[in-house]
Design a protein around this ligand. Structure first.
Ligand SMILES: Nc1ncnc2c1ncn2[C@@H]1O[C@H](COP(=O)(O)OP(=O)(O)O)[C@@H](O)[C@H]1O
Ligand SMILES: [Mg+2]
Length: 236
C-alpha cells in the first residue's frame, strides 16, 4: 500500500467543484509531480489533501489511515506538511520568530532539537535569522518556508510552486534540495510546479491536471515523452 493514496477525490469551494475524480498513489521516498496549465486546480487539489477546502467525494489515505475529513493540524501531526503557494510567513516578524510560531505547539525541548536538524539541512538560514521577513529576497523566503515545513518533521512534504518567484539559478537549487531531502532524509515529496520540464526531470511519477480533470497519471518520463500532451499543456 502506498504512503498516500488518493481515491476518486473531488474537491472545490462551497458550491463549486473544481477538481474531479483524481486517483493517484505516492510511495515512500518518491517525488510526485503535479503539473498543468494555470487555473487547472493544482493548488485546490493540494489544499484538499491538507483539509483546507471542501471535499465533494472520494478518499485520502495517509499511511493506511483515512484522513479525508481530518482537520489540517491533525494531518500535520501525522507527518504531512504543506507549503502554500504564497508562503505562510509573517512579514513583520523575524525569521527566528516565524520558526518559533511554526512550531508553537511542540514541546520546547523538542523544538531545540528539531531546529538544529533543520539548520543542518538549511545552514544559510543562520545568516538571516534576525531579519524581518519583509526584508528577505525570494530565495531566502522560500528557504524559510521550507524550514517551517521541515520543523514539523514530516515524512511527506507538499510544496506548491516553490520556484515561482525565483531566478533560474535559485530554482535549480530548490530542485536540488528536493532531491537531497529524499536522498538524505527519506522524505516523500509532492511537488506542484509550473516549471514542468524541470520538475518532470526530477520526478518519479506525475499527474497532469487540465480544467480540474486528470489527463495523465504515470511515470514522469512518459509524460515528458508524450509529445502531444507536453506540447498542448506544458509548453514543452
Ligand atoms: N477561494 C476560492 N474560491 C472559489 N474559487 C476559487 C478559489 N480559489 C481558486 N478558485 C478557482 O479554482 C480554479 C483553480 O484554481 P487553482 O487551484 O488555484 O489552480 P492552479 O493552482 O492550477 O493555478 C480557478 O478557476 C480559480 O478561480
Ligand atoms: Mg496554483
Amino acid at each position: 500500500m502506498g504512503l498516500l493514496v488518493v481515491e476518486n477525490l473531488s474537491v472545490g469551494y462551497e458550491k463549486m467543484e473544481i477538481v474531479s475524480g483524481v486517483n493517484f498513489t505516492v510511495e515512500k521516498e518518491e517525488i510526485f509531480v503535479i503539473v498543468g496549465p494555470n487555473g487547472s486546480g493544482k493548488s485546490t487539489l493540494l489544499k484538499g489533501l491538507f483539509g483546507l477546502v471542501r471535499i465533494f467525494g472520494g478518499r485520502v489515505i495517509l499511511g493506511g489511515r483515512d484522513i479525508t475529513h481530518l482537520p489540517p493540524y491533525k494531518r500535520s501531526l501525522l507527518g504531512l506538511s504543506y507549503l502554500p503557494q504564497l508562503g505562510n510567513t509573517f512579514e513583520s516578524l523575524t525569521v527566528w520568530e516565524n520558526l518559533v510560531l511554526a512550531a508553537h505547539d511542540l514541546p520546547r525541548d523538542e523544538f531545540t532539537g528539531r531546529l538544529e536538524n533543520v539548520l543542518e539541512i538549511l545552514p544559510d538560514i543562520k545568516r538571516f535569522m534576525n531579519r524581518k521577513v519583509h526584508t528577505l529576497s525570494g530565495g531566502e523566503r522560500q528557504m524559510l518556508a521550507l524550514a517551517m515545513g521541515l520543523l514539523r518533521n514530516p515524512f511527506l512534504l507538499m510544496m506548491d510552486e516553490p520556484t515561482a518567484a525565483l531566478s533560474p539559478k535559485l530554482a535549480s537549487r530548490v530542485f536540488q534540495q528536493v532531491l537531497e531531502l529524499r536522498k538524505n532524509h527519506g522524505l516523500s515529496i509532492l511537488l506542484v510546479e509550473q516549471n514542468a520540464l524541470k520538475a518532470l526531470e526530477i520526478g518519479d511519477k506525475a499527474l497532469l491536471l487540465v480544467s480540474g480533470q486528470p489527463k495523465f497519471y504515470g511515470p514522469a518520463q512518459d509524460l515528458l515523452k508524450s509529445e502531444e500532451l507536453a506540447r498542448l499543456y506544458l509548453g514543452v
